[in-house]
Design a binder for this molecule. Structure first.
Ligand SMILES: Cc1ncc(COP(=O)(O)O)c(C=O)c1O
Length: 403
């Protein structure tokens, strides 16, 4: 499909797509959730809103490219670095969308961002050392740090009436401790939805560089930005080869199952060390095809999906203000995540959980999984048809009506 044809596409995000029978964790992972104690009930009536995974159809140019790839009938070993298309598509996307000129050599493929973060931790810190995070934050940051036998060092975010900021005094103190050698920055931030300003980003980078702390920015939500805000990749603000950025098509275009992340490491020596630990990995033929299609022809879909998500987040805001004012919520600046503060009800976390998960039969994510700072919160993911969100919210409202 050429660019001219894609201009005529109008996507219907209201479409309900039955994801059963696709091995979807979100829709068919009930046994897993039960096993890990994250939800007691999961049946055909459950509305799952716990996973950062969209229920929308992927961009049409990508679907067409994948069909055409299947028609080639063979799926042997794939070369991607030797073909310019993968690298050029990646460079083109970040130049057009973020004014970021990425050198071809700096792009290192990884089958997943979390896997890459594990390898980055292993490569740029040693056992027993501290890795700085800003809780409440994406829980695999913590499990990856602990799994590699490092210490989680939290520079907890400051919550001012639902708006989160950075405690820079504490950050500098933690960065200046020689035992803390790595900082995992979540930018934009999951779950609190902040899109960090250039001033905040530059200050964090300067502190890290001054104290020889390797800064790894997980920027995989960087294309899911609410209107009026701008995401700045860290490498566009601070010109220093020691900054590392994690990028991926998976959040932007809902291709997590295709396993395709690109880690941007500008320093040749650091790249060599990371690649040696990562091992020679190559994307699958489907990942290569998908990346080239979405980075070259996915912009129209992304603009429309962001508008639709804006609408869902606004709907959530109006619903809560009108029907559940005890729940504090701010429309996020980025991501498609709602960070809901249930503490206004004065209930225990267990009671909130029971009302949402068992009575309403909606699965969210308990705030504590993002660190103790998340106690009393629930995270909701809203990249779904509005009718599904409406049904989930009506059920949650009913479950709290008597409080
Ligand atoms: C901040 C952040 N990093 C990484 C991931 C997962 O990335 P991947 O599927 O590439 O491992 C997520 C998924 O929700 C995320 O929110």
């Amino acid at each position: 499909m050429n660019q001219k044809e894609t201009k005529t596409l109008k996507y219907n995000f209201d479409e309900i797509i039955d994801r059963h029978g696709t091995h979807s964790v979100k829709w068919e992972g009930g046994e897993l959730l039960k096993k890990f104690g994250r939800a007691e009930r999961f049946d055909e009536d459950t509305i799952p809103m716990f996973l950062a995974d969209m229920d929308f159809a992927c961009p049409e140019p990508m679907l067409q490219a994948l069909h055409a790839r299947v028609d080639k009938k063979t799926f042997g070993y794939s070369a991607f670095l030797t073909s310019p298309h993968y690298i050029e598509a990646t460079q083109g996307w970040f130049k057009r969308r973020h004014d970021w000129q990425i050198a071809a050599d700096s792009i290192v493929y990884a089958p997943g961002t979390v896997e890459a973060i594990n390898v980055l931790i292993r490569t740029f810190s040693s056992e027993g050392q501290g890795v700085i995070v800003q809780r409440p934050v994406y829980s695999p940051f913590m499990s990856s740090i602990k799994g590699r036998k490092r210490e989680v060092v939290s520079n907890a975010l400051l919550n001012d009436g639902g708006y989160y900021t950075i405690d820079f005094d504490d950050f500098e103190q933690k960065a200046s401790d020689p035992n803390n050698t790595l900082f995992l920055l979540c930018s934009p931030h999951n779950p609190v939805g902040r899109v960090w300003t250039p001033e905040e980003l530059i200050k964090m980078a300067e502190i890290c560089l001054a104290h020889d702390v390797v800064l790894v920015a997980d920027e995989i939500h960087g294309d899911l930005i609410r209107r009026g805000y701008t995401h700045y990749p860290i490498c566009t603000l601070v010109d220093d080869d020691r900054l590392i950025s994690c990028t991926a098509i998976n959040k932007t275009f809902n291709t997590a199952g295709l396993h395709c992340s690109n880690i941007i490491i500008n320093d040749g020596e650091m790249r060599k060390r990371f690649s040696a630990n990562m091992g020679m990995k190559s994307p699958t033929p489907f990942a290569i095809t998908a990346l080239i299609a979405v980075y070259n022809h996915g912009e129209e879909w992304l603009e429309q999906v962001n508008d639709y998500i804006d609408g869902n987040l606004r709907y959530l805001d109006l619903f809560l203000k009108e029907k559940m004012p005890q729940v504090r919520y701010r429309i996020p600046e980025g991501t498609y995540l709602g960070w809901l503060d249930f503490r206004g009800y004065g209930l225990s976390s267990a009671e909130v959980h029971d009302r949402v998960y068992s009575q309403a039969n909606v699965v969210l994510q308990d705030g504590e999984s993002f660190g103790p700072e998340g106690a009393g919160f629930q995270r909701i993911c809203v990249p779904c048809p509005r009718s599904v969100l409406q049904e989930a919210m009506e059920r949650i409202y009913t479950a709290f009506e008597d409080v």
